[in-house]
Write a protein that binds this ligand. Sequence first.
Ligand code: ADP
Ligand code: MG
Length: 356
Amino acid sequence: MADIVFRNVTKRYGATLAVDDASFTVNDNEFFCFFGPPLSGKSTILRLVLGLEVPDQGEILIGGKPVNSVSPAKRNVAMVFQNLALFPHMSARDNVRFPLVERKVAEAEIEKRLADVAAKLHIGHILHKPPAQLSGGERQRVAIARALVRDPAAYLMDDPISALDARLREETRVELKRIQRELGKTLIYVTHDQEEAMSVADRMAILENGRIRQIGAPTEIYDRPASAYVARMLGSPMMNILPSVRGASRIEAAEGAIRINDAKAPAEAIEIGLRPEDLKVRPWSDNGTAEEGSGRPARVFEVEPLGGYTVVTLAAGQARLRALLRGQPDIRPDAMVAISCEPARVHYFGQDGGAL
Ligand code: ADP
Ligand code: MG
């Protein structure tokens, strides 16, 4: 068992609360992601798991055992290479063997583990080649094999693929996800890239200034963010969050361009959140007088055709909204449009930014 538990863990550096009263459980065999902006405490959490830092308060358990006073070497968790780049002058085989050779593991054991990891990653047939003779995908597999050749109970990765270019990042994260599932190992993964976090994680924790703001499956958090902060962290384009005004039977935002007829809308809401993909945009002329769920006209500010979908930025008075539309709709800058959104898709936020 390699579940990892934090109970009310706090870590300070001088006056900085790097990790602030964190409690979470990473389950055995789980792909668990910490996601947050720079300096939100992600790396500190990994260092606490590894034992490179000791909590000021709280308790850490690995596999059910308290480890606060256990040295890093005895924790059986491993940080894998930050960088998935291979040593160019070594064969794939020597690259994979490297971490074990470096740790002076016995030769027979090295060969056994090499065979094991090579079989799991389907790279046995390319081990003799130098990196330059491998395809991009093969290189990634070898690099991952090198990371996984030690056999700890849990692996930690701190933004491991951020140095790769965008296309390779997308390929690598798919490989990582697949491999983690095949190996069935606990993996704690840190990233500052929301799409990467969502794509790989079984569950994720969202951090802000050392505090865990929400924990859950990516789609759960996406659909039901606990706060406006979390709502803004996931999704691209970002959720539209607008100050809202409550009328007798409806909520208005964006100077009347958004009108939500929702009798059940919480009275304490001061902001509404609308995902770009939940907005419907129609030419105003088709619309005539405001129909159900549409407010006053908005102006098309700019159009970004991205091929499969189109991002339309809308202006309503001072407010700006972004809508994500399928395909390539015939919408031009400066056109007047009606915006609507199904009441069930609207998020409401209160005074403290919490979801209602
Ligand atoms: P992240 O990995 O999310 O970027 P870190 O865990 O590195 O965040 O940092 C969290 C906070 O702790 C930051 O404010 C950072 O400046 C501070 N911090 C991290 N490590 C140290 C350290 N060794 N000494 C002093 N402050 C640190
Ligand atoms: Mg970091």
